[in-house]
Design a protein around this ligand. Structure first.
Ligand SMILES: Nc1ncnc2c1ncn2[C@@H]1O[C@H](COP(=O)(O)OP(=O)(O)OP(=O)(O)O)[C@@H](O)[C@H]1O
Ligand SMILES: Nc1nc2c(ncn2[C@@H]2O[C@H](COP(=O)(O)O)[C@@H](O)[C@H]2O)c(=O)[nH]1
Length: 208
């Protein structure tokens, strides 16, 4: 069985990663979502094990020390990290997985998974980004200011990614990412065919 593909969706806070990812999961239910661990407090309506694994700083440090995280990063005063075992297990079962993570973490994953596909979600404008993060109403003014200043630094790292997708309309952004996923599957199938020409002969025989 071939391994699944690791997709990483990244981009500045408030750009709409969570919203687009939720739409993508409805469109592609076979795409597995990696639930991260964080030391941040839950927002209203967020559930442990669904949105995040909410952990104390001590618990998070224990995960780092026991190598339980594929990557982790400190972001605007809190820690966030990707549980390693779930990602490895999903890929080894031949299933695709998507990580929705910030830029420092994405670049660490890139070092470990050269075959991963890295997608950067862009806002239509900086002003729209600000409107979205303010409009969400989940952060204090100080946190919004911090997140917006980090956003500018993050957007300067766009060139490390394979794809940039503008999140102007949710459905369109979701369709663009879905097309990227399809294209990445096609690329790998063609690559396999090039490596093992006998596979093409088998496929051709099957189609007779
Ligand atoms: N295409 C869009 N057009 C208008 N509003 C949007 C769009 N996409 C997302 N939003 C809104 O922008 C706000 C931020 O979206 P979301 O929480 O998904 O961002 P995020 O990138 O996951 O943020 P964070 O990194 O801080 O978790 C939400 O209120 C969401 O409804
Ligand atoms: N490096 C990682 N970043 C992560 C992970 N899970 C989420 N995130 C990113 O953190 C920020 C802030 O998230 P919020 O829920 O507090 O708004 C955002 O960019 C997330 O994508 C992770 O496991 N590793």
């Amino acid at each position: 069985m071939s391994r699944g593909i690791l997709f990483v969706l990244s981009g500045p806070s408030g750009v709409g990663k969570g919203t687009v990812c939720a739409a993508l999961r409805r469109k592609l239910p076979q795409l597995i979502y990696s639930v991260s661990a964080t030391t941040r407090s839950p927002r209203e309506g967020e559930q442990d094990g669904v949105n995040y694994f909410f952990r104390s700083r001590e618990q998070f440090h224990h995960m780092i020390e026991t190598d339980a995280l594929l990557e982790h990063a400190e972001y605007v005063g809190n820690y966030y990290g990707t549980p390693r075992d779930f990602v490895e297990k999903t890929l080894s079962e031949g299933k695709d997985i998507i990580l929705e993570i910030e830029v420092q973490g994405a670049l660490k994953v890139r070092e470990k998974f050269s075959g991963g596909v890295f997608i950067f979600l862009m806002p239509p404008s900086l002003n729209e980004l600000k409107q979205r993060i303010v409009g969400r109403g989940t952060e204090s003014q100080a946190t919004i200011d911090n997140r917006l200043s980090v956003a500018v630094e993050e957007m300067n790292l766009l060139h490390h990614y394979d794809y940039a997708v503008v999140n102007d309309e949710i459905d369109q952004a979701c369709d663009r990412i879905s097309s990227i996923i399809t294209a990445e599957h096609c690329k790998r199938e063609r690559f396999l065919g090039e490596l093992f020409p006998q596979l093409e002969a088998v496929n051709a025989a099957d189609n007779v």
